[in-house]
Design a protein around this ligand. Structure first.
Ligand SMILES: *[C@@H]1O[C@H](CO)[C@@H](O)[C@H](O)[C@H]1NC(C)=O
Ligand SMILES: *[C@@H]1O[C@H](CO)[C@@H](O)[C@H](O)[C@H]1NC(C)=O
Ligand SMILES: *[C@@H]1O[C@H](CO)[C@@H](O)[C@H](O)[C@H]1NC(C)=O
Ligand SMILES: *[C@@H]1O[C@H](CO)[C@@H](O)[C@H](O)[C@H]1NC(C)=O
Ligand SMILES: *[C@@H]1O[C@H](CO)[C@@H](O)[C@H](O)[C@H]1NC(C)=O
Ligand SMILES: *[C@@H]1O[C@H](CO)[C@@H](O)[C@H](O)[C@H]1NC(C)=O
Ligand SMILES: *[C@@H]1O[C@H](CO)[C@@H](O)[C@H](O)[C@H]1NC(C)=O
Ligand SMILES: *[C@@H]1O[C@H](CO)[C@@H](O)[C@H](O)[C@H]1NC(C)=O
Ligand SMILES: *[C@@H]1O[C@H](CO)[C@@H](O)[C@H](O)[C@H]1NC(C)=O
Ligand SMILES: *[C@@H]1O[C@H](CO)[C@@H](O)[C@H](O)[C@H]1NC(C)=O
Length: 408
């Protein structure tokens, strides 16, 4: 009986140690899903060093500068500086060293930040933080706001925020984040706001945002993203506000919005889009497509109220932006400033019965059809034109109820 009890205690101890090094995340297990490794050929440094346990094996590798990978199997511990991807190295006994040497503050021990804050808000803005160790925040079950703006974070590992079951707002803007590992936001099942603007993202994996099913607002503006897979936003079923402006998109698949049909605000401004199909966004209110490469734009989303197309090379307008199938577009505000327009066809605006504000300055008009606003006279209140636009004189006389703003 006593002997059995001892055995159980030993097993428990091993289990605790196990927990310790997976918590530590100095090493991560290599699986078929591991994508962050630069595989090449297998190059073994030491073979079958006997260690008491896995933890000791990790420690030895951690201390060695050459050791990048290790293999642990029944007290045999082997070290590698490079590894090929094959059935052997994917067998579950191989681990890779997770580099988190960075110059700055690291949130890697529970003593640091964490004691002095009140239970609902942690403000770590402007603290020179370069690393957050996964699992380290797991006891902040009741935290609601976590603000880590203006730091020097460069990557987020899986499970970085796990345990923060009530977190509603996470601000990671103005860092240097270029990598968000799959599952980085695991556990944030109540997150509502996520700010990732002004980082260095070029890409997000399809699992980078997984689990954020209550997220309402996502800001990815001012990064360097060129491309996103069409299922990147699939988990974000509650999303209402999406900001992708100031990136490098030249194409986005219509289906990237398939699972976020509740979106009401979409900002795609300042990219390189040549076309955009938004057919899945039936509830869209505000659409920013300004400063792209669109030569034409049409949509059947008559829900749109605010439309920004300024800064696109539209060239001419002899069509309606809305294929409305007889429905009256909700369009209330239209900005076609700086669109290289030489003329606007009299019928182009004919469907816009709800338009109140129009911005048409900085185009190449020589003249405008003076009947252009004839069919819209009840709602249109304000039109912004160039200060020196002589062509507008007759029009101002014709429509005395419209306020013509002369833009510099
Ligand atoms: C991957 O390894 C090869 C060979 O060592 C190297 O030339 C290449 O730059 C590495 N790529 C990355 C992304 O680290
Ligand atoms: C551990 O290493 C010894 C000595 O090299 C070897 O005989 C044994 O097969 C190894 N065991 C495992 C499970 O790899
Ligand atoms: C690797 O494993 C897969 C699936 O188990 C198998 O189909 C394949 O033949 C294996 N390759 C080698 C080289 O053993
Ligand atoms: C979380 O709380 C538990 C229980 O109070 C404690 O044992 C553990 O060390 C804490 N972990 C962290 C990362 O603060
Ligand atoms: C609209 O722009 C796209 C992309 O430049 C082009 O392929 C298409 O022919 C244009 N359609 C019209 C009607 O001009
Ligand atoms: C808009 O067009 C898409 C196909 O492009 C169609 O599935 C959808 O029903 C249309 N929506 C409306 C409101 O007409
Ligand atoms: C609009 O103008 C363009 C260029 O002048 C012309 O190719 C096109 O056929 C016109 N479309 C309509 C509907 O009038
Ligand atoms: C608006 O236009 C219609 C027809 O074009 C005209 O009958 C009506 O008097 C106009 N309303 C105003 C306020 O000018
Ligand atoms: C208005 O002024 C701008 C520069 O200030 C000039 O490029 C443009 O041609 C002028 N437009 C007209 C109609 O005179
Ligand atoms: C203003 O309107 C009159 C006729 O109503 C027309 O003769 C004249 O050319 C117009 N001027 C401009 C600048 O469009």
């Amino acid at each position: 009986m006593a002997k059995n009890f001892l055995l159980i205690k030993v097993l428990l101890l091993i289990k605790l140690l196990n927990a310790h090094f997976t918590d530590d995340w100095t090493f991560a297990k290599i699986t078929v899903l591991t994508s962050e490794i630069n595989y090449s050929e297998t190059n073994k440094l030491y073979q079958n060093v006997r260690t008491k346990n896995q933890f000791e094996c990790f420690k030895l590798c951690f201390k060695s500068n050459e050791c990048e990978f290790l293999e642990y199997n029944e007290n045999n511990c082997s070290f590698y500086d490079s590894l090929a991807k094959n059935n052997k190295t994917l067998n579950g006994n191989f681990w890779y060293k997770v580099a988190y040497n960075c110059f700055g503050e690291k949130i890697d021990a529970k003593n640091k930040i964490l004691n002095s804050f009140n239970p609902t808000v942690i403000n770590l803005n402007f603290q020179n933080i370069c690393y957050i160790k996964p699992f380290i925040l797991r006891n902040f079950t009741f935290l609601i706001y976590l603000l880590i703006r203006n730091n020097i974070l460069s990557f987020l590992q899986a499970n970085t925020f796990i345990g923060m079951d009530n977190l509603a707002c996470l601000d990671l803007s103005n860092n240097k984040i270029d990598t968000i590992k799959s599952g980085a936001f695991n556990g944030l099942s109540k997150l509502i706001f996520l700010g990732l603007q002004s980082n260095r993202l070029k890409y997000l994996s399809t699992k980078s945002l997984s689990g954020l099913t209550l997220l309402r607002s996502l800001d990815l503006s001012n990064n360097m993203i060129e491309y996103l897979e069409k299922n990147t936003f699939d988990d974000l079923i509650s999303l209402r506000y999406l900001t992708l402006s100031s990136n490098r998109f030249n194409y986005l698949d219509a289906e990237i919005f398939l699972k976020i049909p509740e979106l009401i605000h979409l900002n795609l401004g300042v990219n390189n889009l040549k076309s955009m199909d938004l057919k899945f966004l039936k509830k869209l209110d505000d659409l920013y497509l300004n400063n792209n490469q669109l030569t034409n734009f049409t949509t059947n989303l008559t829900s749109i109220k605010y439309l920004y197309l300024n800064g696109n090379p539209l060239g001419y307008l002899n069509y309606s932006f809305f294929e409305s199938n007889g429905m009256i577009p909700s369009l209330n505000f239209l900005n076609i400033h700086n669109c290289q327009l030489e003329s606007i066809d009299k019928n182009a605006f004919i469907k816009y019965k709800n338009l109140a504000n129009l911005i048409i300055g900085k185009n190449n008009f020589k003249t405008l059809d003076y009947k252009i606003f004839d069919e819209m006279n009840t709602t249109l209140r304000s039109v912004s034109v160039d200060r020196n636009a002589s062509y507008i004189t007759n029009i101002t006389l014709l429509y005395p109820w419209i306020r013509f703003n002369l833009m510099a």
